[in-house]
Ligand binder design. Structure first.
Ligand code: HEC
Ligand code: HEC
Ligand code: HEC
Length: 340
């Protein structure tokens, strides 16, 4: 199989790779062996070890989780990623994804192979970021979703899970954050929109700082998980203050939705609705968009907040989660009790 030197990547070479993918890999069964064959078409850009090549803008993919790599390949295929004329790298990757055939199990095969590669340790290449300032930024803006240790968080909904940052090249973290901020990546799909919220409003300097911090995290021992958060106290609400049709049991269920992986509300509003850098406190009696009555809470959770008054980013309808109407009413009951 042809391997070509790095450097300029022209159309003839790209066509050759596509031909290799379409032809030579036919026949073998889906699985890691087929994945290794397919990977020969990826390594010119992503490197033999999957650790990325800066000169081509191709990031490390070894070290990524299977669910994340699969989701990204599907987004390149559908055009939810690599759609913007200013996204040179995404446009370079997109045709590669198109050469993977679902019916032949190409994606699962190549992902299986990539996941089998050792996690790379990309060297720091960026200069100028202030890791200390970046840590404060990370704790406030990123840790809720990507985890305090950067290993990503499984929120139980594949499209919204936040990926690990621990294998990524610093130049790629930086360029991705700029792309999310500028709408060059992440427009038009739920996970992308989730990530665009924290990226919106970041200056280039803050992006450099937080990237510098991510690089220091990559140097920490990787397998030490953050301690689990302390259990929440039972909802303590006086039934007399609850609106008609709302019960303490509903608020109790809402507490789980709000602070857990079903509703992911805590990722922006912080546990128990205390408020953070991305979204306001729901535990005080100040409201930005609504009057704070029970029905107004139900309705804003249903519609989301496409144009926030003060906070960066947006809240999607039902927070982008598959919440039923009853679950929305339950989570609204919990929010109602928080401020009372
Ligand atoms: C022509 C060069 C090139 C080839 C060949 C290539 N890629 Fe890519 N790939 C890229 C670039 C450039 C990006 C970064 C896009 C961006 O910055 O948004 C990328 C991004 C990706 C991503 C997203 C990574 C992330 O962290 O989000 C995945 C997954 C991926 N490629 C998998 C593959 C696989 C699998 C193959 C082989 C079938 C392959 N690529 C072949 C250039 C290439
Ligand atoms: C509300 C949850 C959430 C928060 C907060 C968040 N992220 Fe993300 N992040 C995601 C999701 C979901 C994705 C996957 C998006 C996609 O598929 O394009 C993502 C993707 C990324 C990527 C791209 C990874 C790759 O391999 O291409 C980077 C880099 C990143 N986030 C860094 C950050 C940083 C730095 C912060 C803080 C400034 C942050 N994120 C805050 C949810 C979040
Ligand atoms: C991706 C971040 C994000 C997630 C996740 C999220 N929200 Fe929000 N939420 C916001 C933003 C941003 C606003 C509007 C702030 C503004 O107007 O400046 C908001 C506003 C609200 C408001 C109105 C507050 C007011 O003062 O007007 C309520 C109530 C609310 N959210 C509840 C929820 C519930 C319940 C969930 C989970 C089902 C949730 N949110 C998930 C970001 C988020």
């Amino acid at each position: 199989m042809t391997r070509f030197p790095t450097g300029r990547f022209n159309n003839a070479r790209r066509a050759a790779v596509l031909a290799v993918l379409a032809g030579a890999c036919g026949g073998s069964e889906p699985g890691v062996a087929r994945g290794e064959l397919i990977f020969d078409a990826c390594s010119p850009c992503h490197g033999d070890d999957g650790a990325g090549k800066r000169e081509l803008g191709a990031p490390a993919i070894a070290g990524g989780s299977g669910w994340y790599l699969t989701a990204q390949l599907l987004k390149f295929q559908s055009g939810a990623r690599g759609y913007h004329h200013a996204d040179a790298e995404g446009l370079r990757m997109r045709p590669m994804s198109r050469a993977l055939f679902a019916d032949k199990g190409d994606i699962e095969s190549v992902v299986e192979y990539v996941v089998s590669l050792p996690i790379p340790d990309p060297p720091a290449t960026a200069q100028g970021g202030n890791a200390q300032a970046g840590e404060a930024e990370y704790v406030q803006l990123c840790a809720n979703c990507h985890g305090r240790d950067g290993r990503g968080v499984d929120l139980g909904v594949p499209e919204l899970n936040a990926p690990s940052l621990l294998h990524l090249n610093d130049w790629y973290v930086e360029s991705s954050l700029r792309k999310y901020r500028d709408g060059v990546r992440g427009v038009g799909d739920a996970a992308g929109a989730t990530m665009r919220a924290p990226a919106s409003g970041l200056t280039d300097e803050r992006i450099r700082d937080v990237t510098a911090y991510v690089m220091t995290m990559q140097r920490l021992p990787r397998k030490i998980a953050a301690p689990p958060p302390p259990p929440l106290p039972p909802v303590d609400a006086d039934p007399a203050i609850l609106p008609e049709g709302v019960t303490v049991a509903m608020a109790q269920e809402g507490q789980e939705i709000f602070n857990g992986t079903r509703g992911i509300c805590f990722t922006c509003h912080v546990r128990e609705g205390r408020g953070g850098a991305l979204a306001p406190s729901l535990a005080d009696d100040e409201w930005l968009n609504i009057d704070g009555g029970y029905e107004s809470i139900v309705s804003i959770v249903m519609t989301g907040v496409p144009e926030p008054v003060e906070y960066p980013g947006t809240m999607q309808p039902r927070a982008g989660m598959p919440l039923t109407d009853d679950e929305v009413r339950a989570v609204a009951a919990y929010v109602f009790t928080l401020s009372r």
